[in-house]
Ligand binder design. Structure first.
Ligand code: FMN
Length: 203
């Protein structure tokens, strides 16, 4: 049975991103997967301190962080998963601050000892797959051109060792106080959830 982790990087429960991540997870469950959803805004995630302790230890395992918060538990949960549904809205032309804070804490997935100029990836082939979802006030086709959000979400997923199989950009969503996602976006999210459910990381 495949296990899918949903990570919501929006501040709004039942907003567009939460709704679409939930649709993808529901569809994955209907296809036989088990799922778990995490709200980054509810999690205790400290800022990275750039101490690079986590990048010093050699090997393929993610380096341990010196900080004590929810990050290790989230990444342990991810270690047991096959797929990721990651969503965050566009705020000021990029993902939300909670999402970037989470991203910076992923540096332990890289080996970067002092004396080495750039980080190297610890694990290249995990077999894990990801779907990334973003939304904005601007038209959907502009999101990939005018904002850094899709790139940031892909960077998070790939740093976590997952191959992005689908990017969903939903535009024109900021007109109502309590918006519902467009039917087309719901269909895409559900189809992506089913795709994730269909393959385990180590078939
Ligand atoms: C602080 C803030 C900044 C935003 N910046 C942008 C932006 O730069 N470009 C854009 O098209 N929409 C922007 N928006 C609109 C949000 O992207 C939109 O409301 C969001 O995608 C809805 O997702 P949610 O329902 O999960 O909150 C912004 C909204 C807020 C509150």
């Amino acid at each position: 049975m495949t296990k899918i982790l949903g990570i919501v990087g929006s501040y709004r429960k039942q907003g567009i991103i939460d709704a679409l991540v939930t649709e993808a997870l529901d569809a994955a469950e209907a296809a036989g997967a088990t799922t778990k959803k995490i709200y980054l805004a509810d999690a205790h995630v400290e800022f990275c301190r750039n101490c690079r302790h986590c990048t010093q230890q050699p090997g393929t395992e993610r380096g341990a962080c010196v900080q004590s918060d929810d990050m290790a538990a989230i990444l342990d949960e991810w270690a047991a998963c096959d797929g990721l549904v990651l969503g965050a809205p566009v705020n000021f032309f990029n993902v939300t601050a909670v999402t970037r804070r989470f991203m910076e804490r992923l540096v332990g997935f890289a080996y970067w000892p002092w004396g080495q100029m750039a980080p190297s990836v610890r694990t290249k082939r995990t077999g894990k797959r990801a779907v990334v979802i973003t939304s904005a006030a601007m038209p959907g086709f502009l999101i990939g051109i005018a904002t850094g959000a899709p790139r940031a979400l892909k960077m998070i997923a790939t740093t976590m060792g997952a191959k992005v199989i689908k990017t969903i950009c939903v535009g024109l969503v900021a007109g109502e106080e309590r918006p519902t996602p467009p039917a087309r976006a719901v269909r895409k999210a559900r189809a992506a959830g089913r795709r994730l459910a269909a393959r385990s990381a180590n078939p």
